[in-house]
Design a protein around this ligand. Structure first.
Ligand code: IMP
Length: 427
């Protein structure tokens, strides 16, 4: 019963789409367990490029059942536009399963996300504005709307009414916005009910039965470790748990079932939105990483902040996720630098610190301590095995592996499906 968790080891956008897609051909189920359409995966299949936000990347692999687990928040309008976009390109999406316990991102959750960010001004989180935080807040406050609520109009109306009672007070009296009418929201949500019905399933039962039958299940994190609500750079985080434990709660599978936890690790570092980022570059090197790496958000179109590889973060990701493997992505982007700095520790208020400080204030003061590794100039995009890489690229990978605390089992050397070096099998 191979149950693999695949998640970002940094701040997201590490190239998970490529990894899930690579595995997709050999797995039976690909499961999203947290987040919503704040995620952005670019998957390149042949000469076709797909940008997915909410749907599991496995939707592109025929034979694989894509699952949206209970821990995900679903915006139905985004779901259907993503599905029809894929259908128009000939992708069969009929196998998709959606948990009846997944929460719905309602129009008022999106409004609240936008008005609160605007109100925060300089202190804003830099959210994707998709209503993610407010929807999870409603879930925890026990005033959320679940997929299954769409099939009981009276319950749905009561729940929307209860949620809007408070929100309309806030929107009108505090944020100076118009009130949102219950019947308008209920009408819109009911409009999705029948279209959603064929996909709604008891996904916990389906996935546990699949594991009992020795099927291969891949749990796909939407965001990175450092964006985790518990283990990330709070408050500059997303409102759910992309870390490995989130796969258990967000899909209803026990921790004893998980056989492998793979961290996707970019060969340098990027971040979208606000918050501390010790190795961030503000010079031409940062600009070059952004340009060569195509570092622009798939979801928001925002330029990503770019910096050198940070081994302190990678070690932390290994620890909080219990990583068994890394998938190193975008190594080709580093081709051409004479020397490549790698952050091996931080200096915080004059002291050298080897591990991620648990104090947010300390992390804000952290300055990177760099070690210089020799670069390479040869084109590596055609490399098929580790030994095809130039010696200095091999040494870079080995150094990262040693510093990060888990074996690097695959290396991405280009955006295409086939541009991957597999060192150890994930299955
Ligand atoms: P939210 O998830 O929209 O609430 O945004 C919270 C923070 O997480 C912001 O800094 C976002 O930029 C960041 N974020 C959310 N999803 C992603 C992602 O898929 N990649 C990178 N950053 C993300």
């Amino acid at each position: 019963m191979p149950a693999l968790v695949l998640l970002g080891a940094q701040w997201g956008d590490e190239g998970k789409g490529k990894a899930t897609d690579l595995l997709g051909g050999s797995v039976d189920y690909v499961v999203r367990y947290q987040g919503g359409n704040n995620a952005g995966h670019t998957v390149v299949v042949g000469d076709q490029k797909y940008a997915l936000h909410l749907l599991p990347s496995g939707i592109l692999s025929p034979g694989c059942t894509p699952v949206i687990g209970n821990g995900v928040v679903v915006d139905p309008s985004v779901l259907f536009s993503e599905l029809s976009g894929l259908n128009e390109r000939g992708v069969d999406t009929s196998k998709l399963l959606i948990s009846g316990n997944a929460h719905i991102i309602t129009p008022y959750n999106v409004t609240v996300d936008k008005v609160t960010e605007r109100f925060l001004g300089k202190r804003k989180i830099g959210t994707t504005g998709r209503g993610i935080g407010p929807t999870y807040a409603d879930k925890i406050n026990r005033v959320g709307i679940r997929v299954q609520d769409l099939y009981d109009e009276s319950i749905l109306t009561q729940k929307v009414e209860a949620a809007l009672d408070v929100k309309n007070q806030m929107l009108t009296k505090f944020y100076n916005r118009r009130a949102i009418a219950t019947d308008q929201v209920v009408g819109e949500l009911l409009g999705y009910a029948e279209k959603l019905r064929p996909y709604v399933a008891d996904t916990v039962l389906v996935l546990n039965q699949a594991l009992e039958q020795d099927k291969v299940v891949l749990f796909e994190g939407g965001q990175g470790t450092l964006l985790d609500i518990d283990h990330g750079t709070y408050p500059f985080v997303t409102s759910s748990n992309p870390t490995a434990g989130g796969a258990c709660t967000g899909a209803g599978v026990g921790p004893t079932k998980i056989t492998r936890v793979i961290g996707i690790l970019k060969a340098y570092t990027t971040r979208v939105g606000a918050g501390p980022f010790p190795t961030e570059l503000f010079d031409e090197d940062g600009e070059a990483l952004r340009r060569i790496g195509g570092e622009r958000g798939v979801t928001t179109g925002r330029d990503r902040r770019c910096g050198w590889f940070d081994a302190v973060i990678a070690r932390y990701a290994t620890r909080v996720n219990g990583l068994t493997d890394f998938f190193l992505t975008k190594l080709d982007v580093l081709t051409g630098w004479e020397q490549i700095p790698v952050c091996v520790a931080y200096e915080i208020d004059g002291k050298r610190v080897e591990e991620l400080p648990y104090s947010q204030t300390d992390f804000h003061h952290a300055k990177p301590v760099y070690e210089m590794l020799p670069g390479w100039s040869e084109d590596i995009t055609g490399a098929k095995s580790f030994s095809d890489l130039p010696k200095n690229a091999q040494a870079y990978v080995k150094a990262l592996e040693e510093m990060s605390g888990a074996p690097i089992s695959a290396i991405g050397v280009g955006p295409g499906r086939e541009e991957t070096i597999q060192i150890n099998s994930f299955l």
